[in-house]
Write a protein that binds this ligand. Sequence first.
Ligand code: FMN
Length: 362
Amino acid sequence: MSISDLFKPLELLHGPAMRSRFMLAPLTNQQSEFDGTASEFDLDWIAQLSQGGYGLIQTCATTVEAGGIAFARQLGIHSDEHLPGLTKMAATIREGGGLSAVQLHHAGHRANPLLGGVPAPASSRTLPGIKALRTEEVERIRDSFIAAAKRAELAGFNGVAVHGAFGWILSEFMSPHLNDRTDKYGGSIENRARLTIEVIEGIRRECGPDFQIGWRLSVERYGLQLEELREITADILNRELIDYLDLALWDSAQIVREGAFQGQSMLGIFTELPRRRVRVGTAGKIMSAQRVGQLMDEGCDFVLIGRAGILQRDFPLQVEKNHEYDSPKLPVTAGYLRKGGLSERFINHMRGWPSFVVPGSI
Ligand SMILES: Cc1cc2nc3c(=O)[nH]c(=O)nc-3n(C[C@H](O)[C@H](O)[C@H](O)COP(=O)(O)O)c2cc1C
């Protein structure tokens, strides 16, 4: 696809179209207030992004329950107290011309007790001395995802992105390694996928006809089985349960390392599935105009920009201006990030990411 075609609208199943093929990936940045309300730094970051040409901007992972917290200063959507800040964020994105989604997150067994988190494992074997969630507790968490989506709608977001990646609760339940339940949420892959499907179906039922649902999926590690996740994805696409699938790859060029698809492109085994009207995109080291164009040719409808978007807030506009655009080389100095408009809290968060900030730089 030519670079100029990246800026043609992309229709979604529900609600308005994306104005471009660029989606901002969810990026935890630990700059909210301790109670999960949006801080001036959250609003500033969103204001910068809103002018960047993105078709859709996702928030960082946002807690659907106070007990589901993983990170200090994580954004929250589990209380009406969060609404004023979230409403400002949604309005800012809308005024910039992009669509918006809150990434709905519950940390599952990795909820952090030091932050008020209540570890919520799928299995009694995962954490010493902590029993698996009872069925009613799983249902409560499902309902918290749905209530959070309604709150996102009330705040004026176009939709939500359901976090099913990186071993957090929905991905934990998918994993035969982390889920040995014998109730309706464990056992067969259909049962292990039930929590995800009930969350998605509940949001569709409770929110309005224009409300958009994305689903972020990671397909490896955490004991996840690629073959069965591909089957579940095929079913979700075939039933058009979501507006977009976001493949949470760390490298969009990744090759499958083992199993039935060994040697094939990880992306390819999902882009080749019939997707009906659902849009499919990937994240993973997308740092240049050329790479975005290639991924469209490999079957993506859109791309998710992560680190390149932290380095350059208006990555899509840079690509539009310069069809040879390439991100600055990593690592960068803290000073570079500060000059670009990142807060000290965000910069400190980035110091924890390998090879991103020059160690000791000020
Ligand atoms: C600073 C940082 C924070 C992240 N936070 C989240 C998050 O809140 N939720 C999530 O699903 N993924 C998160 N990720 C993963 C990114 O969304 C993305 O999938 C990954 O970084 C690969 O894309 P990239 O190579 O363009 O950075 C984060 C990544 C980074 C670098």
